[in-house]
Design a protein around this ligand. Structure first.
Ligand code: C2E
Ligand code: CA
Ligand code: CA
Length: 690
């Protein structure tokens, strides 16, 4: 037929097998032979029925037929005419008359030969068209397979590849003929073997196609995710193989993995985020998890100040550099996460016990303290670490909250410290939370009350003033001491409103006493929280309270603890100067506990030093020496300040103080703090302070 599709440059592959001209010579000869047999049979029929005297001359139709076979319908007709013209006269035609009639004979032969040539040509043309159509259909199908992105493999019982489509080159990097003869199992990811046990058992079960997803190794060593459909066609005689249809879904899987990664990681540092950390912790604490891990919360000290000083960009760079540094000092099984802005969390499954956790925290703190070289120069930071150790059946959220409690504790120690959670702290933290809730609306409900404690002159024992001490009359808990709620009010910000109320109430009360009882001098001391000292509204609050009470500024003393003054001395000096302008007195409370430098004290516009109870307690006991108190009193003299001793409980203490030159005192010896109406009787004999 002359149809050749074989491309020698193409390797052997599934589609090549499809386009190979299988109906080649055999078919061609076969169909020609069929025609010849037909013809011979026709001649034999004519001969045996006595139709002709020269049957073998009829064999001359054969070359005509064969020529027509090669030349097509018109070539066949022409060959037939030529043969009829040439041979016709020599083939007698006794069928017609019994005697020779040359012209008719000749015409008859011409017609028959032409018919035979035409018949051969048409028959061949039909066959050829049919073959061509079959080839075209095969080519179309082959093109589909050649260009399909999916890989189709034909495998034998032992999963050896027999044929493969070209897509396998793009998906697995192997040319189809490289795969032929290899077992699919050689390319299979070890972890996926269980997902397709059929590959080991040899042959898949017949019936419905099996679907699965597995990884095969690309020639470059990477793994490709393939969605695979396996059809067992071994029972089909035309196929007799297992057909594997595989689609490359690696990109989808990579994209999914990327999305999952983004959802679980912090973009700035690439570390796992808070959500991921919780998941890891949950997994570690689950039954059958890693056991009893430790968690560390690492919080940068004064990070806000760093951001303000160097700018947020530097802050970000610092966090990124810190993340890298921390990542280097953890173990292979530890999980480091960015927990919040300036906070990292560390999950250490291998840390065993408190001392190991402490060592880990110390190492982390040390690494953090090493200077960072950033664009803006050398930056030094430090951090605080809160730790908690898991023990049986602990809830992840509780463990994190324990670590937070420990972190707060570490922070309170002044930074660059680590603390391990203790159960007692937890109880305290929970009660603080309850207090915080209960504090809401405490002023509106009128639950606060001021107690007053007289300040007396040591020599005359006359009352010269009172100190206002706040109390919370809680409906259930009864009287709550300020040390139990003032720190919480400071943290939650409600101290501003409470402080304002105390100022107003104290001024109102002292004005009433002055009018009704003493008729003259009486000083009231009000404690100021460090938070209030930082609030610019303080001046207005003070002015408002003085005005409402209608008292002279000099009748009001503001007590500020030494530590509050030390926190931000510049701002404190500024604030104190403004308060001095108003005309109120300033006392340094708890003096001696905050290690003030004397130089600083010299610059502070203060009027009074209150010697902390700690030192008073040592007096008169006969054991401890009294050098500190005498030094403080001497210092007061030098700087022109009055000294008031706090917490005087015994006559001996009072005598010692008087001997050392202290002029005023306050304590249970004279009076306990009490509500205003119970203090009123004590004010009948008053003196002037200062
Ligand atoms: P502080 O200013 O040092 O007050 C003196 C504390 O010593 C008072 O405790 C008082 O009851 C107690 N005290 C007085 N004399 C003696 C004594 O002889 N022996 C002993 N052992 N203690 C004595 P309180 O009232 O519990 O107050 C505690 C602290 O709470 C105060 O210490 C003060 O810093 C703070 N505070 C009290 N009221 C207020 C307030 O209205 N605002 C602010 N911001 N803080 C306040
Ligand atoms: Ca005080
Ligand atoms: Ca005090």
């Amino acid at each position: 037929v002359g149809l050749e599709f074989t491309d020698p440059a193409r390797p052997r592959r599934l589609t090549a097998a499809l386009v190979a001209p299988r109906p080649g010579l055999g078919v061609r000869l076969g169909s020609a032979a069929a025609v010849v047999v037909l013809l011979v049979a026709g001649v034999l029929v004519v001969y045996t029925t006595g139709g002709t005297r020269h049957p073998w001359l009829h064999m001359l139709y054969l070359p005509v037929l064969l020529a027509a076979w090669g030349l097509g319908p018109w070539g066949g007709v022409l060959t037939g005419i030529a043969a009829g013209l040439l041979v016709g006269p020599w083939m007698p035609l006794d069928v017609l008359t019994g005697e020779a009639q040359p012209a008719a004979n000749w015409l008859y032969r011409l017609g028959v030969f032409t018919l035979v040539g035409g018949f051969g040509g048409v028959l061949n043309g039909l066959l050829r068209a049919q073959l061509r159509e079959a080839q075209r259909a095969r080519r179309r199908f082959a093109a589909l397979l050649d260009h399909a992105p999916d890989v189709i493999l034909v495998c034998d019982d032992a999963w050896r590849v027999r044929e493969a489509t070209p897509a396998v080159a793009a998906v697995l990097g192997h040319e189809p003929d490289e795969l032929v003869g290899r077992r699919l199992g050689e390319l299979l990811h070890p972890d996926d073997r269980d997902r397709w046990p059929l590959l080991h058992d040899g042959a898949p079960a017949g019936g419905a196609p099996a679907e699965t997803e597995l990884r095969l190794r690309h020639r470059d060593g990477t793994w490709r995710h393939l969605e695979v459909v396996v059809s067992d066609l071994r029972h089909d005689p035309d196929v007799g193989a297992v057909v594997v249809n595989a689609r490359d879904v690696s990109q989808w899987r990579a994209m999914e993995a990327e999305l999952r990664h983004q959802a679980a990681h912090d973009p700035a540092t690439g570390l796992p985020n808070r959500q991921r950390f919780r998941d890891e912790l949950r997994a570690a604490l689950a039954p059958g998890g890693t056991g009893r891990p430790a968690i560390l919360l690492v919080n940068l000290d004064r990070f806000k100040a760093i951001n303000e000083t160097y700018g947020p960009d530097t802050g970000d760079r610092l966090i990124a550099a810190l993340a890298k540094r921390l990542a280097r000092c953890i173990g292979p099984r530890d999980v480091l996460a960015r927990y919040s802005g300036n906070e990292f969390a560390l999950l250490c499954p291998d840390v065993d016990g408190a001392s190991a956790a402490g060592a880990m925290a110390a190492r982390v703190l040390e690494r953090i303290r090493e200077p960072f070289l950033l664009v803006s120069g050398e930056v030094r930071v430090q951090a605080s670490v809160g730790m908690a150790l898991a023990d049986g059946g602990v809830d992840p959220a509780d463990l994190i909250s324990d670590a937070y409690t420990a972190l707060r504790h570490a922070k309170r120690l002044g930074g660059n410290r680590h603390a391990l959670y203790r159960p007692a702290w937890g109880a305290r933290a929970r009660s603080a939370l309850r207090t915080e809730h209960a504090l809401h609306g405490v002023l509106e409900r009128g639950e606060l009350e001021l107690y007053y404690q007289p300040v007396v002159a040591l020599d005359t024992e006359l009352t010269v003033g009172v100190e206002a001490l706040v109390r919370w009359q809680h409906p259930q808990l009864g009287t709550v001491a300020p040390s139990d709620f003032v720190p919480i009010a400071e943290q939650t910000g409600s101290i501003a409103a409470i402080g304002r109320w105390v100022l107003g109430e104290a001024c109102r009360q002292v004005a009433a006493w002055r009018r009704q009882v003493t008729g003259g001098p009486l000083n009231v001391a009000v404690n100021l929280s460090p938070v209030q000292l930082e609030d610019p509204a303080l001046i207005d609050d003070v002015l408002g309270a003085l005005e409402a009470g209608g008292i002279q500024p000099a009748a009001l003393t503001l007590e500020i603890t030494e530590t509050a003054l030390l926190h931000d001395p510049e701002h404190a000096v500024d604030m104190l100067l403004q308060l001095k302008d108003v005309g109120v007195c300033i006392a340094v409370d708890d003096f001696g506990t905050g290690y003030s430098s004397l130089g600083l004290l010299h610059h502070l516009p203060v009027d009074r030093l209150k010697i902390d109870r700690l030192f008073t307690r040592q007096l008169g006991s006969g054991t401890a020496d009294d050098t500190i108190v005498s030094a403080v009193v001497a210092l007061g003299h030098t700087l022109g300040l009055e000294t008031v001793a706090e917490g005087v409980e015994t006559r001996a203490q009072a005598a010692s103080l008087a001997r050392l030159g202290c002029r005023y005192a306050q304590g249970f010896l004279y009076a306990r703090p009490a509500p205003a109406d119970r203090v009123t009787p004590l004010l009948s004999r008053t003196g002037r302070l200062g």
